[in-house]
Ligand binder design. Structure first.
Ligand code: ADP
Ligand code: NI
Length: 216
């Protein structure tokens, strides 16, 4: 297996699938998760090839964009097969992608592979901090949700079904997901980065509510 070549091909494949997406899952999201995964791997270890493949392919099978989670996963396994990735590596990548997604506060799945923990951390880090704020407003607009409505309160401990159907406000999404993520980081490296990004979101929210009332 020429791993370099497979990574280069996979990069092109993912770019062609996700370019132009406006829901926060564009190629640049993948690029940041890929980069951050490599950064975490340098400190935490794990098989770099598995990590890179999972980072690059993690959103191809997203439940939000496919008829079913299974049909998305078969695109990924078909791709890995076409690149002659060994079944052992392929299985790990599929396992990671199956377990990566946040499906509501009440639906936590345990990720058992270090490689998966790293990619999951990188994906979650991209949902918080300045980038996370930008993506969240982009996603809310894409979905047609209100930015903020003081009359609509956040829902805690949502099930996957509630989370999927949720049409709450974008500001509520901070309380339903984004502010919970720092506690869900798997690796120490990601925990440190998350603390910093979390503080930035708190500053942002604080300011947002003050401006809403014309305080500053
Ligand atoms: P991931 O790439 O981690 O799978 P998601 O698919 O859950 O992320 O979401 C993509 C981006 O859109 C994230 O930044 C996420 O916080 C944001 N997002 C997801 N659901 C909502 C929502 N209901 N309102 C606003 N933003 C959302
Ligand atoms: Ni993602």
């Amino acid at each position: 297996m020429d791993t370099q070549k497979i990574i280069a091909h996979t990069t092109e494949f993912v770019k062609s699938k996700l370019t132009g997406d406006s829901s926060g899952h564009d190629w640049w999201h993948i690029y940041r998760v890929w980069n951050m995964s490599r950064k975490i791997q340098r400190i935490e270890g794990g098989d770099l090839f598995v990590i890179e493949l999972a980072a690059l392919l993690h959103d191809i099978a997203d439940w939000k964009f496919n008829q079913t989670e299974k049909s998305g996963l078969s695109i990924v396994s078909g791709w890995l097969k076409s690149q002659e990735v060994t079944p052992e590596i392929s299985q790990k990548v599929i396992y990671i992608i199956e377990h990566i997604s946040f499906k509501g506060e009440g639906e936590q799945d345990k990720m058992n592979l270090l490689e998966g923990q790293i990619v999951q951390d990188a994906d979650r880090l991209d949902a918080i901090g300045a980038t996370g704020i930008a993506r969240t407003f982009a996603f809310g607009g894409w979905k047609g949700n209100e930015m903020y409505n003081p009359a609509i309160k956040p829902v805690s401990k949502m099930t996957f079904d509630q989370y999927k159907k949720s049409n709450g406000t974008t500001i509520n999404h901070f309380y339903e997901k984004l502010l919970l993520l720092k506690e869900l980081m798997n690796t120490n490296t990601a925990k440190k980065i998350a603390e910093n990004r979390h503080t930035f979101m708190e500053l942002f929210l604080n300011r947002f509510f003050k401006e809403w009332e014309g305080v500053c």
